[in-house]
Design a protein around this ligand. Structure first.
Ligand code: NI
Length: 289
């Protein structure tokens, strides 16, 4: 969890979306046909998405979702979109509402190129410190600007800094049918600002069902993407959007209850603890695609 100092740094970087885009921002109207196709009521995925919050999924295949937060950004997001298009990869963008309002053409490009767009609040505050009305305003304003700008209806929410109260999560789930999405692979790209570290963390930690956290407002993150994406493709991973990953999710059956433990003689216990095989079998093997 980012520290308070880090929160301040992250909040400061959010002016990044205000950088001038290549073209002046134009008030985009949703294309009627496009909009009507996307303005269906938000429906949870059919086979999964039973819970209101996910950090990763349990899937029967090498499927992963890469996510980009805090944009869109005038220069970095279009650069990233080209990299994704060149590789046939679909990603999920958790956008900040005020950035969508400032850069509507880029938000529309995200959706038009087949990526998922999702809600990351209006101005990236720490929601747990806000009153109920402010939190609802943050989420609803962003929901509406995404709909009006891109024609897509977001069904996913990621709270800024991953911080959300149980009541806030329940409200978003009940009112907007939102599923809250966290992550299991944290690139920490906002912290180290190193393309090499971003790549090495993602390569090392990604597993089938992973949800990878990145930020498309940082240039080194985009610099890391060609090698990172190619490495994951080379390992056999298949990129899907978060909603597609949720649709594949299968809830793991509850673990069977262990039989009552028998007391172990002191000598046997000492032998078991010193055995490499015993120690190895105690931790599950890392999953491979
Ligand atoms: Ni964020």
């Amino acid at each position: 969890m980012p520290s308070r100092l880090a929160l301040t740094i992250v909040a400061a970087t959010l002016t990044a979306c205000a950088e001038p885009a290549a073209k002046p921002a134009v008030k985009a109207e949703p294309t009627p046909g496009h909009a009507s196709a996307k303005l269906e009521p938000a429906t949870p995925a059919t086979t999964g998405a039973k819970r209101s919050t996910y950090s990763q999924c349990n899937v029967a295949g090498p499927f992963i979702a890469i996510t980009f937060d805090d944009g869109p950004h005038g220069a970095n997001t279009p650069r990233l979109l080209k990299m994704l298009k060149d590789r046939g990869i679909k990603a999920t963008f958790f956008v900040v509402g005020q950035c969508v309002a400032e850069l509507p053409e880029i938000a529309k490009q995200i959706v038009d190129e087949g990526h998922e767009i999702a809600n990351h609040s209006w101005s990236h505050p720490l929601l747990t410190k806000l009153g109920e009305g402010s939190v609802r305003d943050q989420i609803e304003r962003t929901h509406n600007v995404i709909r009006q700008t891109t024609g897509a209806v977001p069904t996913l929410f990621r709270p800024p800094f991953g911080a959300f109260t149980a009541n806030q999560r329940a409200w978003a789930h009940a009112t907007l049918a939102y599923t809250s999405i966290l992550w299991d692979v944290d690139s920490n790209d906002w912290k180290h600002r190193s393309a090499a570290k971003t790549e090495s963390i993602i390569r090392a930690e990604t597993r089938p069902g992973s949800i990878i956290l990145c930020h498309d407002i940082h240039t080194p993150t985009i610099d890391a993407m060609p090698a990172t994406l190619d490495a994951l493709l080379g390992k056999g991973f298949k990129f899907v959007t978060v909603s597609q990953l949720l649709a594949m999710h299968v809830e793991k059956p509850p673990a069977p209850k262990a039989p009552p433990a028998k007391p172990i003689p002191a000598k046997d216990a000492a032998d078991a603890a010193s055995s490499p095989d015993q120690q190895q079998s105690a931790s599950p093997a890392p999953a491979k695609p």
